[in-house]
Design a protein around this ligand. Structure first.
Ligand code: FA5
Length: 359
């Protein structure tokens, strides 16, 4: 029985509607490819129908051929559209999963800055450099020899109690503890003088460590800036003039400064210098309650100082009959508290970016 064009056109219609029905439910690129092979492939359903074209009587072929081409083009176009849909759907899904909002402005890059203590140490050193001092640094792991002995603090000296020392597990030939974390920057006094002939004028910023309980103005590790000036004819007036000028530059002219006698074995005479408390404005109390920052003193001590002890000078080979000098050790952590109005020293070391970002 030979095929008629009406039959062939009906077959084409059947393949078309079946193909379009199936295409509707497909959501992956793999299933679309399977669909293509099934309907449009070399052994596919459409091709099979087309092969029967040749068996039509010649006068019917033209109409049937046109219909076959139309069907083929339609299925190819629908496949293309379905492929685009699947691809766009995949991107939309990805965007949803990754929550990409391409319209959002980019995140600004965060710009780093110096820690407030680094800033204050640099500012303080700059003040001394402008007065003729040179900046040097020294080791944080130190010998007992420089931290104590060369500063006129022998091992049996009660002044060792002033410095609650963190010792390193290391003993000398006689079995004594001899290595420590420096308790102050003063060991750089002897280290500098051993290497240099007078005149000497240096400042030494750095970290120091003490086995100490912490509170609003005490940390167990903090910073100091040591100062040392040795020459012929240096007097206490030079010491006071230098430190007043430093205070004026860092705090401004209106801040009150107080000198008092203090004791350090490596100076004679010795003093400490305080600045009026920024919280209670020197009163010792705020609204009738005791001031916790200065512990009711009205003053905050920022440095120890004095005229270099003759024994310290002679131990490094300087003649104390010819040379005199002054030395000081300032706590920049306390200076930063006073300057910026910070009520607790521990904030500097707590690594809170909300705090650090304010400087
Ligand atoms: C000394 O360390 C002496 N080396 C200073 C000195 C140098 C005197 C040269 C004479 C000549 P003192 O322990 O007082 O001294 O400390 C000096 C400064 O360090 C204090 O005034 C204070 O500002 C700071 N400081 C001391 N202990 C702490 C601490 N626990 N936390 C924060 N700052 C401190």
């Amino acid at each position: 029985m030979s095929m008629t064009s009406a039959q062939l056109i009906e077959d084409l219609g059947g393949v078309q509607s079946e193909a379009l029905d199936e295409l509707q439910g497909l959501t992956s690129e793999e299933s679309l490819e399977e669909w293509r092979v099934k309907f449009l492939g070399r052994r596919g359903r459409l091709t099979t129908v087309l092969r029967t074209l040749g068996s039509l009587p010649p006068e019917d072929r033209r109409a049937a051929g046109q219909e076959a081409n139309r069907t083929k083009t339609l299925l190819e176009e629908e496949l293309g559209a379905a492929r685009r849909r699947v691809r766009e759907g995949r991107f939309a899904l990805l965007a949803e999963q990754e929550q990409i909002d391409v319209t959002r402005p980019g995140r600004p890059a965060t710009v780093g800055r110096y820690h407030p203590l680094t800033q204050i140490i640099r500012e303080m050193c700059d003040a001394f450099v402008s007065m003729g001092f040179q900046v040097i640094e020294g080791p944080e792991v130190e010998w007992d020899h420089y931290n104590f002995e060369m500063l006129n603090i022998p091992s049996d000296h009660p002044a060792r109690d002033m410095f609650n020392t963190l010792w390193i597990d290391h003993k000398d030939a006689e079995g004594r503890q001899s290595m420590l974390l420096r308790t102050h920057t003063s060991p750089m006094q002897a280290r500098t003088m051993e290497k240099t002939d007078p005149p000497v004028r240096v400042v030494v910023p750095g970290k120091v460590y003490r086995y100490e309980a912490t509170d609003a103005t005490h940390e167990w590790h903090f910073h100091q800036i040591e100062g040392l000036a040795v020459d012929k004819g240096i007097t206490m007036a030079h010491l006071k003039g230098t430190l007043y000028e430093f205070a004026r530059r860092v705090f401004g002219p209106e801040r009150k400064v107080r000198f008092r006698c203090d004791y350090f074995p490596f100076v004679e005479p010795g003093v400490d210098m305080s600045i009026d408390c920024f919280v209670c404005e020197g009163q010792g109390s705020v609204n009738g309650s005791p001031c916790t920052v200065c512990r009711e003193a009205g003053w905050i001590e920022i440095l120890g100082a004095g005229m270099v002890h003759p024994k310290v000078l002679s131990d490094v080979g300087y003649d104390p009959a010819i040379y005199t000098g002054f030395a000081f050790g300032i706590g920049p952590d306390r200076v930063a508290m006073l300057k910026y109005g910070i009520e607790d020293i521990r904030l500097f070391y707590s690594n809170d970016l909300r705090f650090l970002g304010q400087f």
